[in-house]
Design a protein around this ligand. Structure first.
Ligand SMILES: Cc1cc2nc3c(=O)[nH]c(=O)nc-3n(C[C@H](O)[C@H](O)[C@H](O)COP(=O)(O)O)c2cc1C
Length: 161
């Protein structure tokens, strides 16, 4: 059983791939969260954008973690950037369970060159403690592996403390 849980939401698979790589490198447990909302295609894209702008969330479906959130030494949350914010399902998790998160780290995936690091502070508003590590990644870009691997090292260092 791992001391690290990676929880992510992914609409089109990019965050899923990134967080899976990170989970593998850290021997972490990996679980996908969903709120059951269909966000496929253009309609789904527009809906996702609207939800992000309004900070709207829906109740989450149960996800497959082996322990309660508070029993992990680190919970890593993976979210795509939606309209300069975290995605609605991850906001839904933060709203409902954020106070159980004492040792947390964030992984953002995005499609543009802008890093959106202000999202880390926005997510911290819901958690019991501020994040210990964070990274903003653009899958397929130059430097992706470098920043991903540096994040893995940062998390390893945090785990030793
Ligand atoms: C509604 C919506 C809004 C988005 N807004 C941004 C944005 O503001 N900046 C950006 O760089 N990417 C934006 N993206 C692109 C995604 O963040 C990016 O493609 C991400 O890696 C997708 O992850 P996923 O495949 O796990 O869903 C947006 C995507 C969606 C669906």
């Amino acid at each position: 059983m791992s001391d690290i849980l990676c929880l992510y939401y992914s609409r089109t698979g990019r965050t899923a791939a990134t967080v899976s790589q990170i989970a593998r490198a850290l021997n972490a447990e990996l679980a996908e969260i969903t709120d059951g909302v269909d966000r496929r295609g253009w309609r789904g894209y527009l809906l996702a954008g609207k939800e992000a702008m309004r900070r709207a969330t829906h109740p989450l479906q149960p996800y497959a973690a082996e322990k309660p959130l508070g029993e992990y030494k680190m919970v890593i949350l993976g979210t795509p950037v939606w309209a300069g914010r975290c995605c609605s399902p991850i906001r839904g998790l933060l709203k409902r369970r954020g106070l159980e998160l004492e040792r947390v780290a964030y992984v953002l995936t995005r499609s543009s060159a802008h890093r959106y690091e202000e999202i880390f502070e926005q997510m911290d508003q819901y958690t019991a403690q501020k994040h210990l590590a964070a990274v903003s990644l653009r899958p397929g870009s130059v430097g992706y592996e470098f920043w991903r691997d540096r994040f893995v090292e940062d998390v390893r260092r945090c785990m030793e403390k």
